[in-house]
Design a binder for this molecule. Structure first.
Ligand SMILES: Nc1nc2c(ncn2[C@@H]2O[C@H](COP(=O)(O)OP(=O)(O)OP(=O)(O)O)[C@@H](O)[C@H]2O)c(=O)[nH]1
Length: 391
């Protein structure tokens, strides 16, 4: 009996060991993927590591940056503030462009005046050349008459002398006595400047370049992006301003009321004690009466806050007669006090300066001679005529 009990115990012990062994082997086995329990991520679907982090992970790079480095990366880089080129001598620097674009004009005139005998045919050709340069009919006839008279009275056919006479008469037509200074100082408040003109003439670019001119002359400036029609214009202006550390007031709403942006810009300029507030307006077609009315409104609203000291009309020199028509319409809506003639680097129509001043009775104050940031120069009559007549 005792022997039977012993055998039973041994059998029981063997069965128990077998069962235990089975479970142990089963627990250590690697399950095929389809039988594995799925891991439910606690992460949002879009909460993924950035691509470069993933790459670093794959490459085995360290993912832990030193705290200082991480901070340095997070901080946006300060835009570099540029130092604009000094204003004095700009026309001298840009002279070559003027000479180049007016080369045909200067060369033809000088060739005509260099002939042995200046007869009626030659005078007719001189007249034609001046008209081609957009001098305008009236000034051209005046100029030719004056020259003819002087050549007769002084009895000279000496080429050098006739050239000098032409230089003098052209200078007189452009009128060196006109006050071409910008009104950029006002007593106890910022001087306020409105910049107007049709689209594409270079208004925004001119405001940006002019901000640089003022900064170069140690003036503090606030810009107003009242061109709310063209979405990119405000950004374009902001970029121009930030390059020289000048703030730009703009609206976040596309198509916002330009008058309110202009008003805000003047308020801001008064608050931050700027020397000058310059307001860029939308390019408007001169035949759209409502849009022109809106420009009038911009001016009236600004005047609730401050006097407007300067209204600059920007004209594209390459558009010739059309530019003259635009000028007329603008001057009926706002009192234009100065002209900026852009793109003179791309046209032989330098004579437009005379025609425009005649038409408006307003001086050309600045000229644009390229797309570069400092390619805007104060207008200087003598130097301008020199460049025009250099053949
Ligand atoms: N060659 C040359 N290009 C110029 C000059 N001034 C402006 N431009 C170019 O003219 C183009 C139009 O200039 P913008 O300043 O955008 O013209 P805008 O009048 O503000 O145009 P809107 O905002 O559409 O009304 C740009 O490509 C400028 O670089 C210049 O004096 N010479």
């Amino acid at each position: 009996m005792d022997f039977d009990v012993l055998i039973l115990f041994i059998i029981l012990a063997l069965v128990l060991a077998g069962v235990l062994g089975f479970f142990l082997v089963q627990g250590g086995r690697i399950l095929p993927p389809e039988k594995r329990e799925k891991y439910t991520s606690q992460r949002d679907e879009d909460d993924l590591p950035p691509e470069d982090e993933k790459e670093a992970e794959e490459d085995g790079d360290t993912l832990v940056a030193a705290p200082e480095e991480a901070e340095a990366e997070a901080e946006p880089a300060e835009p570099e503030v540029e130092t604009p080129e000094p204003v004095a001598g700009r026309l001298a620097r840009l002279r070559a462009r003027l000479v180049k674009s007016n080369n045909v004009f200067g060369k033809s005139l000088l060739a005509l005046l260099s002939q042995d005998k200046i007869d009626d045919d030659v005078w007719d050709e001189i007249e034609e050349t001046l008209l081609m340069a957009d001098l305008g009919t009236e000034p051209t006839l005046e100029l030719v008459d004056r020259l003819k008279e002087r050549v007769t009275v002084e009895g000279t056919q000496d080429t050098a002398k006739v050239k000098d006479m032409l230089h003098e008469e052209l200078t007189a037509l452009i009128d060196p006595s006109l006050d071409r200074r910008l009104s950029v100082t006002a007593e106890g408040r910022p001087a306020v400047m409105l910049v107007v003109g049709v689209n594409g003439v270079g208004k925004t670019t001119t405001v940006g370049k002019l901000a640089r001119v003022l900064v170069a002359e140690d003036k503090s400036v606030t810009l107003g992006a009242a061109d709310t029609f063209r979405a990119a214009a405000a950004e374009q202006l902001t970029t121009w301003g930030s390059r020289v550390g000048v703030p730009t007031v703009k609206s976040d709403t596309e198509g916002a009321d330009p008058a309110s942006v202009a008003f805000e810009a003047v308020s801001e300029g008064i608050e931050n004690e700027s020397d000058v507030v310059m307001i860029d307006t939308a390019g408007r077609l001169q035949n759209k009466a409502n849009l022109m009315d809106e420009l009038g409104k911009v001016k009236r609203v600004v005047e609730k806050k401050s006097e407007v000291d300067e209204v600059l009309l920007v004209l594209d020199a390459t558009t010739g007669q059309n530019g003259l028509n635009q000028a007329k319409v603008f001057s009926e809506v706002v009192d234009v006090s100065g002209i900026v003639l852009t793109k003179l680097d791309g046209t032989a129509r330098g004579g437009i300066v005379v025609a425009i001043q005649r038409q408006l009775g307003v001086p050309v104050k600045l000229i644009g001679l390229g797309e570069g940031a400092d390619d805007l120069a104060p207008f200087e009559t003598e130097k301008f005529v020199d460049a025009l007549l250099e053949g």
